[in-house]
Ligand binder design. Structure first.
Ligand code: ATP
Ligand code: MG
Length: 271
């Protein structure tokens, strides 16, 4: 999965990442789905361990163009986890009180605590994406934000937060098909918002903004992954693989009891 990671200091161009890529699983969707199910079980166990150990914090950031599947990724990857330890934070257009504060104010309030996994469905990155594309603040203001975000994420990492950031990469043609499906399927009509089409017209501007964000803010402590997302199953597989691999690397263990439990076992057995 390392080939999807944006290496710090190396400039990437999104046109070099194929949204149709299926790695070494091309033509092997069934096998891919089996693998996905296995990894999901592993994730469930690792999440329990993370919760029990109560030491690490995991922050997952999902960013993407409309229809790329942020919701679907969350549903698939986290299926079966204990909802007690996992939370989704959605970042929509800021409210008036949110706009009265700095842009990281609402974000910091949602970061995970010890033992928790928090998934950001959109994030602080909107403040260098939609905000830039729509000129909601001048360039002199948003340009400084990459540095703020890197420092903010560094602070979180220093305070035992593991951060993984995923850009779900679809192409414009795939988005068109997905919008058409939303329009043609009554059960999916609710997902369609006419303003999505005006955003679609800004596709090149968004790609430029994403490219800059990925290049400026992929760090050792909070790496970005460009996830091929034209195929939902492969998208989910990449995301779960990265999360499982990262959690394994934390070398977590269940807390040991402070005292010898034999006496309690004996007491119960002799009841
Ligand atoms: P999504 O599009 O994430 O699947 P949705 O369609 O249910 O969710 P929307 O009403 O589209 O919800 O909410 C997300 C919108 O909020 C997006 O257009 C996004 O760009 C915008 N947004 C998020 N953060 C900001 C921000 N900081 N400033 C301006 N707009 C923002
Ligand atoms: Mg939307």
């Amino acid at each position: 999965m390392d080939k999807y990671r944006v290496k710090p200091g190396k400039k990437i161009a999104l046109r070099d990442f194929d949204p149709n890529d299926r790695g070494d699983m091309q033509g092997e969707k069934d096998k891919g789905i089996e693998k996905l199910a296995k990894l999901r079980l592993e994730l469930n166990q690792l999440q329990e361990l993370l919760y029990a150990e109560h030491k690490h914090k995991l922050l997952i950031v999902l960013q993407a163009m409309d229809t790329a599947g942020k919701d679907g990724t969350i549903r698939s990857v986290f299926e079966g986890v204990n909802p007690q330890g996992v939370r989704v934070a959605n970042f929509k257009a800021p409210t008036v009180p949110e706009l009265d504060h700095d842009y990281l104010w609402r974000v910091h309030a949602q970061v995970p605590g010890k033992g928790e996994i928090t998934i950001f469905n959109r994030s602080q990155y909107e403040d260098v994406l939609v905000v830039r594309v729509h000129n909601l603040v001048p360039e002199t203001v948003w340009k400084k934000r990459y540095q703020h975000i890197n420092a903010f994420e560094r602070m979180l990492a220093d305070e035992s937060t593991t951060i993984l950031k995923f850009y779900l990469n679809i192409d414009a043609e795939e988005q068109k098909q997905r919008f058409l499906e939303r329009l043609n399927t009554p059960e999916k009509n609710w997902k369609f918002n006419p303003s999505d089409l005006s955003e679609r017209k800004l596709w090149p501007q968004y790609i430029q903004a994403y490219e800059d964000a990925l290049n400026e803010t992929s760090t050792d402590w909070a790496p970005w992954y460009v996830v091929p997302a034209n195929h939902n199953w492969y998208r989910n597989l990449v995301v779960v693989s990265v999360i499982v691999g990262t959690l394994k690397g934390l070398k977590m263990s269940f807390p040991k009891p402070d005292e010898d439990l034999a006496q309690y076992r004996k007491a119960l057995e002799s009841e």
